[in-house]
Design a binder for this molecule. Structure first.
Ligand code: HEC
Ligand code: HEC
Length: 267
């Protein structure tokens, strides 16, 4: 027997024939019989049925299934592009409507957030979010609805250049969550976005803010009652924080000594 004869010996031919029959049978069962008895099997068409059988997605590029209706649609863009054209003088006049709560110079004496020295893109985004209902607060929403985009630009420019509050006499020690976070719970250090290690666009300046306000915002992020943070960055962090960490970081930022008169421009 030479080599070719051995290859095509009877058992080999039999095996090949069996293989061919099996192939035909499985195609018939998979694509003809099954779709006939179970119409939903091939509902999405032949291609989807094949993909489902193979366990791979039928379409690789699908738009995100559901858009989070509460999520902010405001894109974070570099500072000058967001509120360029802000008229500081006009902003100062408009700000007369804000002084009774946010203070004559943007520094509040109650538990209302400070606006003096806040990054322009933050004030701009927060006001746009109140205006569009992405950030809920009856009072601020009502006020923001009456502001045009140009008004908001001007207010943001005005508050950005006001001097920040003078340093607190005593500073708290830096809590771990602020300086190093907790990788095991997916908490990035606060300082990696809010300044200290790095300043990410859109992250508010927190130093000197009222402690009660800061803690309330973190609790609101954790509970999901505030949900205007892009990609849920703050919600994901706040949900992982223990109540005592929320208190400690709020106390720390509220007490943080800052260079008197420092504005974002002088950063
Ligand atoms: C009657 C009091 C009151 C008045 C008047 C007022 N605000 Fe507010 N503002 C608040 C309170 C309270 C908050 C915190 C709301 C929250 O918890 O979301 C706030 C929040 C804000 C924030 C968000 C700050 C941050 O750090 O996220 C901005 C920006 C702001 N106000 C701008 C303004 C401007 C501009 C005006 C004037 C056109 C104004 N506010 C008038 C009470 C007031
Ligand atoms: C990955 C970046 C990132 C990290 C890390 C981060 N934050 Fe934030 N934080 C943001 C952004 C962005 C916002 C503004 C969300 C928005 O657009 O409303 C914010 C908002 C806040 C606010 C609301 C401030 C205001 O005036 O409205 C507080 C309070 C806050 N962060 C505290 C913290 C604390 C405390 C930590 C650390 C435990 C922390 N954040 C870590 C990005 C971050």
């Amino acid at each position: 027997m030479n080599r070719d004869e051995r290859l095509m010996s009877a058992p080999v031919r039999l095996a090949l024939a069996a293989l061919a029959v099996m192939l035909v049978l499985s195609i018939a069962v998979g694509f003809l019989w099954l779709p006939l008895v179970k119409p939903d099997f091939a509902q999405g068409g032949l291609w989807e049925a094949i993909c489902r059988a193979a366990g791979v997605p039928a379409t690789w590029y699908q738009p995100l299934a559901k858009e989070d209706p509460g999520a902010s649609r405001f894109p974070i863009v570099p500072v000058p592009a967001t509120f360029a054209g802000g008229d500081i003088g006009r902003g100062g006049t408009l700000a007369l409507n804000c002084t009774m709560c946010h203070g004559a110079r943007g520094v509040s004496s109650s538990d209302v957030p400070n606006l003096a020295g806040q990054y322009g893109e933050v004030t701009f985004k927060q006001l746009v979010d109140y205006k569009n209902g992405q950030r809920a607060h009856a009072l601020m929403q009502g006020l923001a609805r009456g502001l045009s985009e140009q008004d908001i630009r001007d207010l943001a420019a005005f508050y950005a250049q006001l001097p920040r509050p003078a340093p607190a006499p005593e500073s708290e020690p830096v809590p771990g969550v602020v300086a190093v976070g907790d990788p095991m719970r997916n908490i990035a250090p606060c300082a990696s976005c809010h300044g200290g290690i790095d300043k990410k666009p859109g992250s508010p300046w927190l130093e000197g803010m009222p402690q009660a306000y800061l803690a309330a915002q973190m609790r609101a992020f954790a509970a999901g009652t505030r949900r205007n943070d892009p990609h849920g960055v703050m919600r994901n962090i706040a949900r992982q924080m223990k109540p005592e960490e929320i208190e400690a970081s709020a106390r720390y930022y509220a007490s943080r000594a800052i260079v008197a008169g420092q504005t974002p421009a002088a950063r």
